[in-house]
Design a protein around this ligand. Sequence first.
Ligand SMILES: [Zn+2]
Ligand SMILES: [Zn+2]
Length: 144
Amino acid sequence: MSRAAQLLRAAGVRATRKRVEVLAAVLGADRAVAPAELWERSGLAAFMDRATLYRTLDLLAERGLVLRTLGPDRAFRYCAGGGAPAGMAHGHFYCLCCHAMRCLPQAVLAVEQALPPGAAAGHVEIRVDGLCAACRAAGARPEA
Ligand SMILES: [Zn+2]
Ligand SMILES: [Zn+2]
């Protein structure tokens, strides 16, 4: 059984082919991806329509299998954590030039250490906007 199928089963979600393929595509991405990127890169178009892709991503997010993060461009991105346990809160770095969103698996740890004594974090969302190394090297400026 694939890793995606195992994760679905462990979360009590029926491992249909579409769910397995969508989760595998998110797991295989090296950053947080927008549905349109997944659609173009992963071959999902061969056996589902866009509405099904969006619905499936939302289901995976609700079940904690992927994390859904809003970018400053108001588009959701989905990721598997970049090393953090699947679906677990973690930070993101968003490049204002190339719009790539990278996972920062360690960023939430620092926040949890900064909480008042005895407090427990619920929902945590950390997004740092800036310029990635490649865009800085190319002399890019952030888009307004
Ligand atoms: Zn960039
Ligand atoms: Zn992420």
